[in-house]
Ligand binder design. Structure first.
Ligand code: HEM
Length: 383
């Protein structure tokens, strides 16, 4: 509600309309998990590019090679080249290089201090971005100023993204922010001693050209590190509010299910958009060629076909295999950072549950005017 005071109630209303609903001025809304899966996997019939989609704005801001704004063969070819970036080994390396804010926060909590988990997650996300760029923070391991500055830039860029073309003034601002973000990487680009595990070095080794490098870095910042930064505090707040962190303490294997259920419940990326390549029907609703199809992930994740009593947050719930991590998308555009995000969130939950299983929230404040719903402040301490 704080992030999208108009869109959120409208999406809840659309949910009551059935599996697929046409909303004048918006397009065809998909609330049904199985139909949504079909839309996302049939990328020949439901495309990213075209007027009224989010790809248009991404291309304006990030250039043509930002993955999430590509279709068909060019997209598949680039994804295939980037395949090694999605490996578990790569995720471990990036996480190990960025996790200092998480470890520091858990230590502080263990010694009885109050910690802002939202700030910690922003610092973690910012450090991840710096790691991807191959930049060592100039301010050492303990000061998060660079990481927070990088995260704030990413947040501003993401918040400008909407489903209509950006006016020239706003586009200029987004490009300037992006240039500022990429400037952090400038030395790294030029350096002969670029850490070989950084994304920039990997892209260079894969022979990516300047357009591809800019596009891929941009989408990694905006769809990637930023998403992780908003997801973690929401997950922690849910676990604390529901008292279920103690369940993970009693059975550490539950950390994995806690993350899956937390992401189902919060859906950090609440929707995704496609454009119908040709006319047809979806769930009994006709769809015109070129029409916008909005996959409302936050509704799919509460689809009673797949989740009994979907409004209950229950980390012991076994997810229906047909859900297939729908909150990370599906098909050719399925989240490229899936392994990294899962590892980072599972590690955070496991650490908190092991070391400080009884937490209480001292103060919370939601972010306003942001694309991805988030906690601005989440002060937590040990009970
Ligand atoms: C909890 C955390 C995350 C969630 C919920 C999430 C969710 C998503 C979703 C729903 C999509 C697909 C959007 C669509 O189909 O239009 C996506 C795509 C993507 N994600 Fe993630 N993401 C997360 C973390 C990350 C991380 C940590 C990275 C990398 C650092 C990342 C990188 C990407 C990229 C590059 C794409 C574009 C893939 C393509 O279009 O081919 N994501 N993500």
């Amino acid at each position: 509600m704080a992030a999208h005071p108009v869109l959120w109630p409208l999406s809840r209303l659309a949910h009551r309309g059935g599996a697929v609903v046409r909303v004048p001025g918006v397009g065809v809304i998909v609330n049904d998990a199985l139909i949504a899966h079909d839309v996302l996997t049939r990328d020949d019939a439901f495309r990213k590019q075209g007027p009224g989609g989010i790809a248009e704005i991404m291309t304006q801001a990030f250039g043509p090679s930002a993955l999430a704004n590509m279709d068909g063969d060019p997209h598949r070819t680039l994804r295939k080249r980037l395949g090694p970036l999605a490996s578990a080994e790569q995720a471990e390396q990036w996480l190990a290089a960025s996790r200092a804010p998480l470890d520091g926060a858990v230590q502080q909590l263990a010694s009885g201090e109050v910690v802002d988990v939202a700030r910690m997650a922003r610092a973690l996300s910012g450090r991840l971005t710096l790691t991807l760029m191959g930049v060592a923070p100039t301010d050492g391991a303990t000061n998060d100023a660079d990481a927070l500055a990088v995260h704030a830039l990413g947040e501003r860029i993401a918040s400008a993204l909407r489903i209509s073309r950006l006016p020239a003034r706003q586009l200029e601002r987004v490009r300037a922010d992006l240039d500022q973000l990429l400037a952090f990487a400038q030395d790294a680009f030029a350096s002969q001693s670029l850490p070989p595990t950084s994304l920039v070095a990997r892209l260079r080794a894969m022979g990516c050209d300047a357009d591809e490098t800019r596009g891929i870095l941009s989408i990694f910042f905006v769809a990637g590190a930023l998403t992780l930064g908003v997801a973690l505090p929401r997950l922690v707040a849910l676990l604390v509010d529901s008292g279920q962190l103690a369940l993970v303490h009693a059975d550490p294997a539950l950390a994995v299910r806690a993350v899956d259920e937390g992401l189902r419940y919060t859906c950090p990326v609440p929707l995704t958009v496609r454009l119908a390549a040709h006319g047809g029907a979806l769930g009994g609703v006709s769809v015109r060629a070129g029409e916008r199809v909005v996959v409302l992930t936050s509704n799919l994740a509460r689809d009673p076909q797949l989740f009994t009593d979907p409004s209950r947050f229950d980390i012991t719930r076994r997810h229906d295999p047909r859900a297939r991590y729908l909150w990370y998308g599906a098909g050719p555009h399925f989240c490229l950072g899936f392994t990294l995000a899962q590892r980072a969130l599972q590690e955070a939950v496991a650490l908190l549950a092991a070391q400080v299983p009884t937490l209480r929230i001292v103060k919370r404040e939601a972010s306003r005017g942001v694309l991805l719903p988030a906690w601005r402040t989440l002060l937590v301490t040990r009970t």
